[in-house]
Write a protein that binds this ligand. Structure first.
Ligand SMILES: [Zn+2]
Length: 428
């Protein structure tokens, strides 16, 4: 197992941080020292200067040929010269140390290059999206992402530019959902209310809280309006909350409590949280989730799922590549577009089970379901039929008396034999 490539980089970073802190301490103390000396000199020069207002400029005073006596004693002048030389030496030492820091910083870059993979070419599937049947799927997934982000016009443009009419049904569905989300963002509950009413039955089936959340926010909006809305708020609660009492009793009780503070405003009361924008964010999340489920769209953006799966798989693939460096692997993907090993993508990326027959290399369908052999190995029904037929052909010559019952099928993975009737269908 390769060592963690972050360790040497971290060591280099620690070295630089150490250098920085030493640099800071030493530089600051020598600069403070120099600053103090310069201040002293400045004071000395200022005191030596004649108080004459016309020659307040330091240079003029020093250069003045008219001054009869020198302003500073020779000892003071040599003191100034010594201090200036010290300033020069300190500044060159500071800049030299600074240059030294650069070399330590650049070492980090070199260390990253040395320990981390910079080329991912071996992992890319060069032809995956070049085929006619796969390219539209790539555009579709990008359009799907754009629509989910509310960038409908960009998605339309992409479709136009790619000369593809991608799943227009999906686009229309998303257009409707987006319009409602935009309205919700603007504080308009009506389009969502209308949608919820149209899909009321389905929402009830999945025990969605969307309808309640919509009415709750409509009620809160009335409460936020202040004293003038008291009657309207009470009437609204009476008209709309009753069907939700069995499932949302405590939430209704809480929200009704806010009526007490309607005249004074909810700010600073235990109900101030009802006015927060997070209430709307939560409603938008619930609406998007329910709308996606009801319309048969996945809740997660497929592009995000792909990227997250790729990021999970990347370190494992890098390790394999490092281990195989000697064998000059140019591409990880097999001819069957499969990766060399199976990579666990974590529970978040578990979806419905799809059985892929190891013999026929096909995904199971309703007409070709997975069959469990008595040994526990699973193959598709088509594979089982093929094995049975193959055995019939082999044994057919032996005796015409060989009946269907006598045909034995051997598991392709272990020595166990069984009759074609013994395997059982698996239903996921
Ligand atoms: Zn077996």
């Amino acid at each position: 197992m390769a060592t963690d490539p972050r360790i040497p980089v971290r060591n280099e970073i620690d070295k630089v941080l150490d250098k920085f802190s030493t640099y800071e301490t030493t530089t600051l103390s020598s600069l403070d020292n120099v600053e103090a000396k310069l201040k002293e000199l400045l004071e000395l020069v200022e005191n030596a200067m004649p108080m004459d207002d016309d020659s307040s400029n330091l240079d003029e005073a020093l250069d003045s040929e008219e001054s009869e006596a020198p302003l500073l004693s020779s000892e003071q002048v040599s003191n100034i010269m010594a201090t200036l030389a010290e300033v020069k030496s300190v500044s060159s030492s500071v800049s030299a140390k600074h240059r030294e820091l650069h070399s330590f910083v650049s070492k980090i870059g070199k260390c990253i290059d040395k320990n981390f993979e910079t080329s991912y070419d071996f992992m890319t599937h060069q032809t995956a999206f070049l085929r006619d049947e796969t390219r539209p799927r790539l555009y579709e997934i990008i359009c799907n992402h754009l629509c989910r982000e509310g960038l409908q016009s960009t998605a339309d443009q992409l479709m136009e530019d790619s000369n593809m009419n991608i799943n227009s049904e999906f686009m229309t569905k998303f257009r409707d959902v987006n319009a409602i989300v935009v309205a919700l963002r603007n504080g308009d509950l009506q389009p969502a209310m209308k949608w919820a009413l149209e899909h009321s039955e389905k929402l009830k089936e999945k025990t969605s809280s969307l309808e309640f959340k919509l009415h709750r926010l409509a009620f809160i909006s009335l409460v936020a309006g202040g004293a003038q809305n008291v009657t309207a708020a009470i009437e609204y609660a009476r008209d709309h909350f009753t069907p939700f009492i069995p499932n949302h009793q405590s939430a209704i009780q809480h929200v009704m409590g806010s009526l007490v503070f309607m005249r004074t405003g909810l700010q600073g009361t235990p109900y101030s949280g009802l006015l927060q924008t997070s209430q709307w964010d939560d409603l938008i999340r619930t609406f998007t989730k329910d709308a996606c489920t009801i319309m048969g769209l996945s809740m997660q953006c497929p592009l995000a799922v792909c990227i997250s799966a790729g990021c999970t798989a990347l370190p494992v693939l890098l390790n394999i590549n490092q281990a195989l460096t000697g064998s000059q692997v140019h591409n990880m993907w097999s001819a069957k577009e499969e990766l060399p090993i199976e990579i666990a993508l974590g529970k978040n990326n578990y979806y419905h089970s799809i059985f892929s027959c190891p013999i026929m290399r096909q995904q199971s369908t309703e007409s070709n379901p997975p069959m469990r052999l008595i040994c526990g190995h699973v193959i598709s029904k088509d594979a089982l039929t093929k094995l049975t037929n193959a055995n019939k052909t082999i044994w057919g010559w032996a005796s015409s008396r060989t009946s269907q019952k006598d045909t034995r099928v051997k598991c392709p993975y272990c020595p166990v034999e069984q009759t074609p009737q013994e395997p059982q269908q698996i239903i996921f």
